[in-house]
Design a protein around this ligand. Structure first.
Ligand code: ACO
Length: 388
């Protein structure tokens, strides 16, 4: 029974702002203080000490693994990296036509047809499928990167860890220690963020008891938009448009005057500095004085834009840099092309999506919110020949 207010209308929360839809112990976003915890561990401590395999284990199982448990999940994530030939063909066919995020969505959806356990809804099968998805998504994104740049598919190297293998499959060579460290961090920082839009999209699909491939495909679709995961690519596009660091302030001022949003700033929950952005910013401060021309320029533009935005909208409006703002230049430093930023975000976030989905299914309830109808009723049906 819906309670109506004094005006006879229900309380509508557009965008579900301020509405709790479920509870979990997977991650805690403290938006007022700018803090983030995965299963109780601060994002800073994980960024400093952990690797992606361990974070996957932590998110899905709820605690840090023992050494044998870490070895086991590392082996599972490694053994599942191969892509069926049919999926490689799909990726090749679409590369150069669609955006890599669209290719990822299509390929993950198609993967379900190659999984014999697709309709097995037991917790064990759902866990197996989750690890397959997390593992294969990195191969799909790497393969897309190869085909888009006119190169051939490279098979996974099972002796490498998750992040190193991704970079190897993308670039055809083992990454430098710096590249691997940047991407280890990016994968950890993007792995989970509570019930945001894409996690909610995943849960809505899964709550119908559709299989986990459908749920993750929904998550990818939701993440694509520039108001969510797509902001990383859009923020870099803006920095490149600014071009010269000296143009930064005038560009931002005029965009704000024109009521344009600056991509990579603002957040529904964080009304303080996003702690992930703080970690990523450390790399940029280094690049500001580095030797690569484009990177030096982009770092300088990003840091000047950050300062101006904080002065204008930080404390006064609670609009601070989010994880997507500094990500672009840092990805570039690791040799990642812009069209792969959001697919990499999705690959990393698949860990959080799967953790939430497995958890939600333990006590599933179909999502079915209400809509307040504002139209007419009982209108007279007029045959088409008599309509004006
Ligand atoms: N630049 C300028 N103004 C902004 C920005 C921004 N980036 N973000 C919010 N505002 C302003 C809005 O114009 C609005 O102003 P108004 O009250 O004068 O109309 C006010 O702040 C509230 O903005 P909403 O979009 O209504 O707030 P919401 O909570 O829905 O927004 C969102 C959150 C969508 C992330 C928003 O801040 C935004 O669009 N940011 C840019 C896109 C982005 O960076 N997305 C990535 C988020 S992090 C992630 O998903 C991984």
């Amino acid at each position: 029974m819906v309670e109506l207010g004094g005006n006879g209308l229900p309380q509508i929360s557009k965008g579900l702002e301020g509405v709790y839809v479920t509870s979990s112990s997977i991650s805690k976003v403290n938006g007022q203080e700018g803090k983030l915890y995965y299963r109780g561990f601060s994002i800073e401590s994980l960024s400093e000490n952990s690797n992606f395999e361990e974070v996957v284990y932590l998110l899905i199982n709820g605690s840090l693994p023992s050494k044998p448990q870490l070895d086991e999940i590392t082996a599972q994530l490694s053994d599942n990296r191969d892509l069926p030939d049919g999926i490689i063909k799909i990726i090749k066919e679409l590369s150069g036509k669609g955006h890599p995020m669209d290719i990822l969505r299509t390929a993950v959806s198609a993967l379900s047809s190659y999984d014999k356990e697709v309709s097995d809804t037991s917790p064990a099968a759902n866990m197996n499928k989750s690890l397959r998805i997390i593992s294969k998504m990195s191969s799909i994104v790497a393969a897309t990167g190869r085909f888009v740049s006119g190169k051939e598919y490279i098979a996974p190297d099972k002796s490498l860890d998750y992040v190193e293998n991704f970079l190897y499959m993308l670039n055809g060579e083992r990454p430098s220690a710096e590249q691997a460290d940047i991407m280890r961090n990016m994968f950890i920082l993007h792995a989970e963020h509570s019930t945001n839009a894409s996690t909610f999209g995943t849960l809505v699909a899964g709550s119908t008891l559709a299989d986990i491939y459908s749920a993750i495909t929904a998550g990818i679709s939701v993440l694509k938009g520039p108001l969510h995961g797509g902001a990383d690519e859009a923020a870099l596009r803006m920095m490149r448009e600014i071009g010269d660091p000296e143009n930064t302030e005038s560009y931002i001022e005029s965009a704000l005057e024109g009521k344009k949003k600056i991509m990579g700033f603002g957040h529904r929950v964080y009304k303080a500095y996003d702690p992930r952005a703080k970690i990523i910013k450390k790399y940029l401060v280094k690049y500001q004085n580095g030797q690569f021309d484009e990177l030096r320029k982009l770092a300088s533009i990003a840091l000047r834009a950050e300062k101006l935005m904080i002065d204008k909208l930080g404390a006064s409006r609670g609009i601070w840099p989010n994880v997507d703002f500094f990500a672009g230049p840092v990805y570039l430093a690791a040799g990642i092309p812009p069209e792969l930023f959001t697919p990499i975000f999705a690959t990393s976030r698949s860990a959080g999506w799967c953790a939430h989905m497995l958890d939600y299914w333990k006590d599933n309830k179909l999502f079915r919110p209400l809509e307040w109808y504002t139209g007419s009723i009982d209108l007279e049906y007029i045959p088409i020949e008599k309509r004006q």
